[in-house]
Design a protein around this ligand. Structure first.
Ligand code: B12
Ligand code: SF4
Ligand code: SF4
Length: 215
């Protein structure tokens, strides 16, 4: 039987980590993700091997497929779709993360500075699967909610992300703070401030966000 803790070492060398797991209909789902900019230390300098237009997705698949094969699991990815796999729903089952008012799930330690890169699906139980911690969302204790008042174009309206407003602003401010350092609304959140993405890492994601073909 595979032990949960045995999956961590090969991920660590990639700047990735385990993000909990859960059992559903006899299958065990284990989530893999990144917290802070650890992933950038491994992926960023490997730019000679980047395959555009989605180098992080290609890099992830290239490294995770063999790890999944070694452990006898199937690898699923958040970026393959549509239809996309319900990674945020899975994440809420796997670990103590909660919807934030601006969209991304918030983690009590990493704040908004984390993401999911893959899920390993096993046909059998996995030993040492951690139990999801019983916690409350940091947003419940956050009275001022600075994330909701920091966007220069009020892209967050009544719980929805008006991404076209955001994209229009970014396109007019390509050398602005959002593009260089990452979303101002996300950076306004006090939780997990020490995990904020480093400048180059943030810029990479903003460039990719801007380059999405919205049809
Ligand atoms: C499409 C997509 C987008 C589109 C959204 C378009 C649209 N209008 O839907 C665009 C391009 C705009 C986008 C932008 C961003 N995205 Co995006 N996106 C996705 C993607 C690929 C698919 C989403 C989807 O359709 N899932 C399918 C549904 C069925 O999945 P689901 O998990 O069941 O979704 C449910 C939950 O969201 C849940 N839910 C939401 N709120 C609440 C509240 C409660 C109370 C409950 C119970 C449930 C709930 O309801 C949804 C429907 O069932 C996901 C990856 C993935 N596979 O999920 C990333 C993903 C959601 N994105 C992510 C990120 C980080 C971003 C950006 C910050 C990108 C950036 N610039 O760096 C921005 C921020 C946008 C924002 N403020 O919300 C991360 C979020 C990580 C996290 N911490 O939660 C994900 C998970 C990708 C990843 N690799 O981790 N994204
Ligand atoms: S600023 Fe407050 S409400 Fe907004 S995401 Fe952070 S903790 Fe939640
Ligand atoms: S990136 Fe900038 S414009 Fe876009 S939602 Fe965040 S704060 Fe608003």
């Amino acid at each position: 039987m595979v032990d949960y803790r045995d999956i961590e070492p090969p991920l660590k060398t990639l700047g990735l980590c385990l993000r909990g797991g859960f059992v559903d209909e006899d299958k065990t789902y284990i989530l893999i993700g990144n917290t802070g900019s650890d992933i950038w230390k491994e992926f960023g300098p490997a730019y000679d091997d980047w395959i555009e237009p989605n180098p992080l997705d290609e890099w992830t698949k290239r490294h995770i497929d063999p790890i999944a094969a070694d452990f006898g699991a199937e690898a699923l990815y958040p970026f393959i779709g549509p239809p996309f796999m319900p990674f945020q729903t899975w994440a809420m089952q796997a670990e103590a993360v909660f919807p934030s008012p601006i969209g991304p799930l918030i983690h009590p330690e990493y704040g908004l500075w984390h993401a999911y890169r893959a899920a390993l699906v096993f046909d059998e139980p996995v030993a040492g699967l951690p139990v999801r911690e019983d916690m409350i969302s940091p947003c419940e204790k956050c009275e001022l909610k600075p994330c909701l008042v920091s966007c220069p174009v009020d892209a967050f309206v009544e719980g929805a992300f008006k991404f076209q407003k955001c994209l229009d602003f970014l396109n007019k401010n390509l050398e602005g703070s959002c593009m260089h350092n990452g979303c101002l609304a996300r950076r306004a959140c006090p939780i997990g401030a020490e995990y904020r993405y480093h400048r180059e890492h943030a810029r990479f994601h903003m460039d990719k966000f801007l380059g999405i073909d919205f049809g």
